[in-house]
Design a protein around this ligand. Structure first.
Ligand code: IMP
Length: 192
């Protein structure tokens, strides 16, 4: 079985290939147009991307959408995480907006939504979250995006190995839930 992964990010493709291969699914990419992310939630945006890719290719399509929600910023940047501030300035902008804000008010969480849309319109979706705080300064060279300013138990995601981050991250939780739901869906399909 072949699934198309709706992403231009090589890292995400590799992660999905690792997840889907043990289920006998070949994860491929395709030249896809990028739909406007007009959804109001991560789940809606993941669905929009997956549905567009499914329609364009005729294959089951998987997409994800993720971001950082900061309590002090009323949940921002949230679904705008990838478009918030200038590239290269995003972490610094969050740190600046939280300048002088006490530790107890620096709560934040990451969200990851994963969605698979099938040509018959069925969908399998899952969401994962992980909770922590915005650090007072950027620490750690690993990961990407906001990793070096997001900390749990005093350690930033930028200070974790990829395996350590997978074990506690929003994406790790979303993938685990998604894997279970997809396995159940495929098993049910075989029965009918
Ligand atoms: P998208 O899911 O490709 O739309 O991008 C979401 C944006 O949220 C990324 O550009 C990152 O800035 C941020 N983000 C999502 N997941 C993570 C993560 O695991 N670590 C750090 N930043 C993340």
């Amino acid at each position: 079985m072949k699934f198309v992964i709706a992403t231009h990010n090589k890292g995400k493709l590799v992660e999905f290939q690792r997840l889907l291969e043990p289920m006998g699914i070949q994860a491929v990419t395709a030249q896809l147009s990028e739909p406007e992310e007009t959804g109001k939630t991560f789940a809606e945006n993941a669905y929009l991307k997956a549905a567009a890719a499914c329609q364009e290719t005729g294959l089951p399509a998987v997409a994800d959408d993720s971001g950082l929600c900061v309590d002090y910023l009323d949940g921002g940047p949230g679904i705008y995480s990838a478009r918030f501030a200038q590239p290269g300035q995003r972490r610094l902008t969050v740190l600046k907006k939280l300048e002088g804000v006490a530790e107890e008010q620096r709560g934040a969480h990451f969200v990851s939504a994963v969605c698979c849309v099938f040509p018959n319109g069925d969908r399998v979706e899952a969401e994962g979250k992980c909770f922590g705080r915005i650090a007072f300064q950027s620490r750690g060279e690993n990961g990407f995006g906001y990793d070096s300013i997001f900390e749990q138990d005093g350690v930033t995601f930028g200070e974790l190995s990829a395996e350590e981050k997978d074990a506690r991250s929003h994406r790790g939780h979303a993938f685990a839930a998604f894997e279970q739901k997809l396995r159940e869906y495929l098993a049910n399909q075989q029965k009918t």
